[in-house]
Design a protein around this ligand. Structure first.
Ligand SMILES: [Mn+2]
Length: 387
């Protein structure tokens, strides 16, 4: 980071990594110090030393002060582990899936534990090596060819005590870098609040984005006590509807609750849903018959859409739910027929009584299918006697 004085209380802040030059005032410099010695943003704003718009401007334009501080490399990666600095300065990664971990559960309302999601999902991922080439998929009796790269940037670090807003802005920035490199970001959460900043970044790049949301809950709740419009893991889709998305399809809903306190969003014509019970008897083709194939699509997958007896490691389980194969077939249909430009897999937590994380095992398989399904496919014909 280089700061040049321009005179008249103006400064030019140059980021040599991102090749950006941003003009700043003395208050921007104060805000910059926030990142050098991270502290509670609320306190800094309350003292009047830092203006929120200065912080946001810095995050959006000159965020990367030291890339190593932003992202933490992980011992077990999905695909090839790449440093963010190398990703930004290296050869083209176009077409690759970019894995980004978001180990946060600071916006949960019930049990915490979603911070373990990225670690446990990565550990459960099939060991394909750095590139998934020539994979036999016995489930679908097909093999995949021409596989692109899978890059793992690691986990976006959390500063202890910070809010989901500053964390979300940093996460969104990393996702924006992945999108601008023409890769497909796949974010492993983390609680569901991260979807709001993620979709903000994605809809900046793809203004007509469609969203397919798997969940037991509609996640458009209001906070029970004011302030009502607060970003938590139960509210992200209130914020998603503020984006210029073309549709929001919710799959797997099954809560039993008082009339929704979100009436002003439920008559939004972009919104549609299928209950978990309805999906028990529907072919994917029918589920997605009204969805335009040409519109880029974002998938937000909350593991609690799957039956809690199959995936118990989650914070807000609801009885009923999709089977492993129902969700797999829906995801396979999406990945094979739509242009998926980004995804998140959230709300995988961890059990204190079992070493084996069933929710993480399922999500790891779904991520693999999401990455593999768009690749060229050929039938498995020479396995044993082709029975
Ligand atoms: Mn959710």
């Amino acid at each position: 980071m280089e700061i040049r004085t321009l005179g008249d209380q103006k400064f030019s802040i140059i980021n040599p990594v991102l090749h950006t030059r941003t003009e700043g005032s003395p208050s921007t410099l104060e805000a910059l110090q926030y990142f050098e010695t991270p502290r509670l943003m609320g306190d800094a704003i309350a003292t009047g030393k830092i203006a929120l718009q200065d912080l946001e401007g810095l995050l959006q334009n000159v965020l990367i002060i030291d890339v190593d501080l932003l992202v933490e490399r992980v011992p077990i990666a999905i695909g090839k582990s790449v440093m963010l600095a190398d990703f930004l300065g290296g050869t083209s990664a176009a077409g690759a899936a970019t894995i980004i971990g978001a180990p946060v559960d600071i916006a949960t309302t019930r049990a915490s534990g979603a911070r373990y999601g990225p670690t446990d999902v990565r550990s459960a991922y099939p060991r394909f090596g750095e590139e998934a080439v020539n994979i036999f998929d016995f489930e679908f009796r097909r093999s995949y060819g021409g596989i692109g790269k899978i890059i793992d940037l690691g986990n976006v670090r959390i500063v202890p005590g910070e809010s989901i807003h500053t964390y979300g802005m940093r996460l969104a920035k990393i996702v924006e870098l992945a999108l601008n490199a023409d890769t497909i970001p796949i974010v492993i959460g983390g609680d569901h609040s991260i979807t709001a900043p993620l979709l903000q970044a994605c809809s900046r790049k793809y203004p007509s984005l469609g969203v397919i949301h798997f969940d037991a809950h509609h996640d458009m709740y209001l906070n029970p006590i004011g302030p009502y419009e607060v970003l938590t893991h139960g509210t992200p889709f209130r914020f998603v509807l503020n984006q210029p998305i073309s549709y929001l399809m919710q799959l797997g809903l099954r809560t039993l609750e008082q009339p929704p306190d979100h009436a002003h969003v439920t008559n939004d014509p972009r919104l549609r849903y299928f209950a978990s019970r309805e999906l028990q008897h529907m072919e994917p083709e029918r589920v997605f018959s009204s969805i335009p194939r040409t519109v880029p699509c974002y998938v937000s997958f909350d593991i609690d859409c799957v039956a809690p007896d199959l995936a118990p490691e989650t914070g807000s389980p609801v009885p009923g739910g999709l089977s492993y194969y129902q969700a797999l077939d829906l995801l396979d249909y999406i990945a094979s027929n739509f242009r998926v430009v980004g995804a998140d897999f959230v709300e995988v937590s961890r059990s204190s009584s079992s070493q084996f994380n069933r929710a993480a095992q399922i999500v790891a398989r779904y991520i693999a299918h999401l990455i593999l399904a768009p690749c060229s496919k050929s039938p498995i014909i020479d396995y044993l006697h082709n029975y």
